[in-house]
Ligand binder design. Sequence first.
Ligand code: TRP
Length: 502
Amino acid sequence: MEEKREQWGSRLGFVMAAIGSAIGLGNIWRFSYMTYSNGGGAFLIPYFVALFTAGIPIMILEFSFGHKMRGTAPAAFAKVKKKFEIFGWLPALASFGLLTYYVVILSWALSYVFYSFGLKWGEDTNAFFFGNYLQLSDGIWNIGGINTAVFISFILIWAINYFVTIRGIAEGIEKACKVFMPVLFILSVIIVIRGITLPGAIEGINWYLKPDFSKIWNPKVWIDAYGQIFFTLSVAFAVMIAYSSYLPKDSDLSNNGFITALANCGYSFFMGFGTFGILGYMAHTQNVPFEEVVSQSIGLAFVTIPKAINMLPGANTLFGVIFFVALVFAGLSSSISLIEAFASGIIEKYNMPRKKAINLVCGIAFIIGLIFVTKAGLYFLDIADHFLANYIITAAGIIECIVLGYIYGAHKLREHANAVSEVMLGSWWDFCIKVVTPVVLGISYILNIKADFTQSYGGYPWSANFIVGWGAVIATIIVGIMLSSSKWKKDIFVDVNKEVQG
Ligand code: TRP
């Protein structure tokens, strides 16, 4: 008998959810910061090259893999070869790890929706964010207890995530994304229109679009571009494999892959006009060079933007609410997909009722997340993010390309995609999967290891990097091994031949 598998209500619902997963905090603050620190327009060239040589091919790869195997990442890899199951758990666990602190950043954004009323962040937005709001302690080992202001938002954000994912694919995730995405789109259009019509905006936009070709030869710019593409598209996180496993049999995979990736990157590019317009306006108002108005990554959303909101000629509160609500909506559709990436694997492996799996995943993530809600939370978040992104996710990406490209055979997935899709993939696609992506990721892997062993990341004490950073990496691998060596409660292999060959 055909197993009863949850399914999307419609193609639009699937695409909305995939785009919802992709569009998140990364598109608004990470993209602007990356573009900014890598020389503005100079970054856009490697960014779009990375989109076409890695982003889109991997997106289609994951869609085809999940769809063909009709399984979440662990099951899908196990169907290639039983021993490969761990390669599905690693990215699923990476999603879980990201989830624990992603909701914390979302909580900050939610708090800032409320602070927008009456511009509560005051004149010195930097002191407000790190001092009054985060109450950041003077060093990572000075943990200092839970921060109440962050904690309140944290509970609210978790509540929303919980109530969406507990309702399942079509009733929960799909319905939520069908509301979040259009609202986000409207808010974003307002932000961009406001941004580009401010005096001085053109300076910022010029900086955004004008390529500085001298930067293009710097390998760091390329590595950042590929890293940003992986992060922003949510690939190598087990999410897209799980989502596509809920697609009906005759779904156009390549087209959906193109649509999801292009919508996501188009959105980032579009929002860039808003952000850089506002930054240009700030430079103009303060009469300083453009380079001087921007602060580092997290600061961009929570320090620079509030400062810019203070300076707007009118409707300041309204604009603040719009900006931070947009951030929250963008992030929520991503965090629910992070929950789903891991929970769906558990549901499938242990044949567990959805409710129980969601309780378990949300409960544990909530508890682990508390460390990021303490007064040293930002330090922990910074280290966890660096190690997770550079070691687990990069490794998951390389492994995925090698296992699917060489061992399983990229051409088989290409034929699968071509059988159901309108756009035909050629052998260029195999080349991107088998050569371009693993080579670029491999180089960045080596450079990262080298950097982290010669210099303690972020200037933190070595003890912190070892315990928090490598600790998280090792814990992920151990849990991954434990999960993959436990027994399947459901026989997913019965129909494997029929499905894999069929
Ligand atoms: N793409 C998301 C963003 O830009 C972040 C992200 C990375 C993500 N990997 C993910 C979200 C996996 C959901 C699932 O913010």
